[in-house]
Design a protein around this ligand. Structure first.
Ligand code: UDP
Length: 372
């Protein structure tokens, strides 16, 4: 008889939430984590009294009351609202494209004028085949060139002509003076950082850090009745059909003897000649309205880069229709394995925000407990 009901590979969002739910239901759970810390890419580390998002900005946002209440069990949330600025050449713009932006670019004042201006700028296309065509058909060339073209080229290392429109569809275009990056009714960041939030979720659950499950997977599998694998699906199968393509990121952190570097948490740099895509200033994720005068700030420059096995996988690179034949082959292999479940963004080869990840982990735990 295996010692555990569930062996969970990965202490990121999916694994942690699933582990909590099953533990609370009386199941015996073991988590193996390859890194030396919990929280996956949500991990934050305190430096100079500032919570630094070590793997890029993480902001929770959802319209699901169920998910928001769940988060509230393990964290007190602050009232951070993501208001991104775009820097293009010497100008700072409001983003995503909203009335403030349209006023800055075109001088229009009312939503009606703005709609008319955008209508005139659109390059008609009934059937856009890629991201560039989709953006041109929706907002025209000028906005495309200021906000989308350079940033996307840097982010993906590919022309927007080679990318699916689905990537950009997650950004709204608003005829309102509302510059909130997200449309959801709940939004915020755990006070005290994500690591404290994960510590609470994982409280009392058996966890081994710095353990490479794949190096010994056959023997680890014998420990539990079921395995929830949250790592990269291709690495599980030893890349037998080849590597799935990902886009990776490199972060360059700098501590500055300054109280405030950029006056906001996130500035996207959309010009192609600036090598990074954004600068984060971490203290602005925590302090809203008034910044304590500590004389120190920490910024992160984010550089997109090609992925290889030595790098972290951030964004799956699917074809212009959003498909991946290679992933489908791995998925077919995964489905042959009875007691191993491939879950989470790395195992499912998807882009997925934190809140939907929590929702999926809750649903799967309910299914497993036959409450569904
Ligand atoms: N994007 C852009 N300009 C920006 C921000 C985003 O063109 O200033 C495009 C880019 O192609 C990016 C996509 O929109 O990959 C999705 O952006 P999002 O902010 O959702 O990316 P994430 O925050 O997940 O990196």
């Amino acid at each position: 008889m295996p010692k555990y009901d569930y062996l969970i590979v990965g202490a990121g969002m999916y694994g942690a939430v699933f582990a909590r739910q099953m533990t609370d239901a009386g199941k015996k759970v073991l988590i193996l984590e390859k890194r030396e810390h919990i929280g996956g890419n949500c991990y934050t580390e305190e430096v100079e009294g500032i919570q630094v998002h070590k793997y890029g900005a993480h902001i929770m946002h959802t319209s699901s009351e169920k998910i928001w209440r769940y988060i509230g069990k393990y964290a007190e949330m602050n009232h951070y609202v993501n208001r991104v600025r775009v820097r293009h050449e010497d100008k700072i713009y409001s983003f995503p494209i909203n009335m403030n932006t349209l006023n800055q670019v075109f001088g229009v004042v009312s939503p009606e004028e703005a709609r008319a201006r955008i209508e005139a700028a659109k390059i008609p296309n009934d059937n856009p085949q890629n991201m560039e065509e989709w953006v041109l058909a929706n907002v025209g060339r000028e906005l495309y060139e200021i906000f989308i073209k350079g940033y996307t080229q840097k982010q993906w290392g590919k022309s927007p002509r080679e990318l699916p429109a689905s990537i950009i569809r997650r950004l709204p275009i608003r005829y309102l003076y509302d510059d909130n990056y997200f449309n959801d009714c709940y939004q915020g960041i755990p006070k005290g950082g994500y690591t404290a939030f994960f510590e609470k979720i994982l409280d009392g659950i058996e966890l081994r850090l710095g353990v490479d499950y794949l190096a010994n997977k056959e023997s680890y599998n014998t420990l539990a009745k079921k395995v929830i694998y949250c790592g990269n699906i291709d690495s599980f199968f030893d890349y037998q059909f080849g590597e799935l393509e990902w886009r990776s990121l490199r972060f360059e952190n700098e501590t500055m003897d300054l109280n405030d570097f950029q006056g906001t948490a996130v500035v996207n740099y959309t010009s192609e000649d600036v090598p990074y895509t954004r600068i984060l200033e971490h203290k602005h994720f925590e302090h809203i309205g008034v910044i304590p005068d500590t004389g120190k700030t920490i910024i992160t420059r984010e550089y997109p880069q090609d992925w290889d096995r030595s790098k972290e996988a951030y964004y799956p690179v699917r074809d212009t229709n959003g498909h991946s034949e290679l992933y489908e082959r791995y998925k077919a292999e995964a489905e042959k394995l009875d007691n191993i479940f491939f879950r989470g963004r790395l195992a499912e080869y998807v882009y997925r925000d934190m809140c939907p990840t929590i929702g999926l982990a809750l649903r799967f735990s309910e299914q497993e407990l036959e409450l569904y």
